[in-house]
Design a protein around this ligand. Structure first.
Ligand SMILES: Nc1ncnc2c1ncn2[C@@H]1O[C@H](COP(=O)(O)OP(=O)(O)O)[C@@H](O)[C@H]1O
Ligand SMILES: [Mg+2]
Length: 365
């Protein structure tokens, strides 16, 4: 029998979504097909150390989302390109390097979803799940993302980008975007630093707040509508899942609504939508995926204004993978189990790597 494919699952990380990532990783590791794959869990602690250990106890309080934590007892390792194979090398003690065939980054937010880890994996020449360096970086930067969506002719909310120190004409912004409007740090996630500004004073406060998280802030026109999400899967010819709906019980889908308040939002899977609207959401999601240079997977979030106007909000290149997360749930509702989905994602990673390996790297006469 052929050896099993060794999949390093990377999780945790230096991000506000560290704990969400632990839950996502737990789910991925539980669901992965053990007859085909051997899991090598690699937890990244909040200081950035990479730790590996036994797949059975890499988490503490694994079943309690409030207390879940990384088990720091693992061996510190580094990923190194060592010629033909990629290995995890132990750092603190002598030990055999452990080979890795594929990496599945289950990291959310900066230092995981933004192209930084993808750059490392690309340098190490190892196949990895999900978007590459460019798609990840573009998906993380809401300003660049929206400019590319606009360039592809996709409908987006009107927006203005502010850079630190450049000053802002608040009257002009309000005249153009109206109130309320949304203020966001350009490079973050989980609704951290996001405000809905209802008055000129609110707006100035919200901008100052957002600048605490990033050097670039975007202000967007408020879209009154339903929040619909769609999962996309594939490389060259991506497919879209059935759409789902998020119904926040808060003023908007804030950090509190996402992670603190258990009843912060209702997930409707699938979303109750007429067939032509489902088709429009799916086509828009696939078009956004392509426009943003995505590969492997992404969740595309849109607003549905009125009965049928689909407006793109954002793309998430490493969506949540917890048991209750939209990305795997929408595939389940589309007929693809979590185990099949993970299998497909790993195969897509291997296919892309094989395709890239065929590219010439030097001029040949
Ligand atoms: N332009 C907008 N109009 C209406 N609601 C918005 C707008 N932008 C964001 N929101 C609300 O804020 C939430 C978080 O914004 P989003 O851009 O998705 O940031 P994040 O990347 O942190 O999820 C959305 O899910 C939605 O509830
Ligand atoms: Mg969002």
């Amino acid at each position: 029998m052929q050896d099993k494919i060794r999949v390093a699952v990377l999780f945790g990380g230096k991000s506000a979504e560290h704990e969400v990532s632990l839950q996502s990783a737990k789910n991925v590791i539980e669901a992965i097909d053990k007859t085909k794959y051997e899991v090598v869990p690699v937890g990244i602690d909040k200081q950035g150390h990479w730790l590996t250990g036994d797949a059975s106890h890499f988490l503490l309080n694994a079943d309690d989302p409030k207390l879940i934590a990384l088990n720091n007892a693992g061996t510190r390792v580094a990923l190194a390109p060592t010629g033909d194979e990629v290995h995890l090398i132990p750092l603190d003690e002598a030990g055999p390097p452990s080979p890795v065939d594929v990496v599945f980054p289950v990291l959310h937010g900066p230092y995981g979803e933004d192209g930084t880890v993808q750059g490392l994996l690309k340098l190490a020449d190892v196949p990895f799940v999900g978007a590459g360096v460019l798609g990840s970086a573009v998906g993380m930067d809401k300003d660049v993302m929206k400019r590319l969506l606009r360039d592809a002719g996709l409908p987006i909310p009107a927006f203005i980008t502010l850079r630190r120190g450049a000053g802002a004409d608040y009257d002009g912004i309000i005249a153009r975007l109206g109130l309320p409007c949304f203020v966001k740090p350009a490079n973050l996630g989980s609704s951290v630093g996001i405000s809905k500004a209802k008055s000129p004073a609110d707006l100035e406060r919200a901008v100052a707040d957002a600048f605490q998280y990033d050097h670039k802030v975007i202000i967007e026109e408020f879209i009154e509508g339903r929040e619909i999400e769609c999962s996309v899967l594939g490389n060259g010819e991506p497919m879209a899942s059935v759409p789902g709906e998020i119904v926040p019980t808060h003023e908007f889908y804030s950090y509190e609504a996402k992670y603190i308040d258990e009843n912060g939002a209702l997930l409707k899977i699938p979303a109750d939508l007429p067939e032509p609207v489902i088709k429009r959401v799916q086509d828009t999601a696939v078009a956004a995926f392509k426009a943003l240079e995505c590969e492997g997977m992404a969740r595309v979030d849109v607003f549905l204004r009125g009965d049928d106007e689909v407006i793109v909000n954002e793309i998430n290149t490493l969506p949540g993978f917890t048991r209750i997360s939209m990305y795997p749930k929408l595939w389940e509702a589309s007929g693809l189990s979590c185990t099949e989905l993970i299998d497909r994602l790993i195969q897509l990673a291997i296919e892309r790597h094989a395709r890239d390996t065929k590219l010439k790297t030097a001029h040949e006469l």
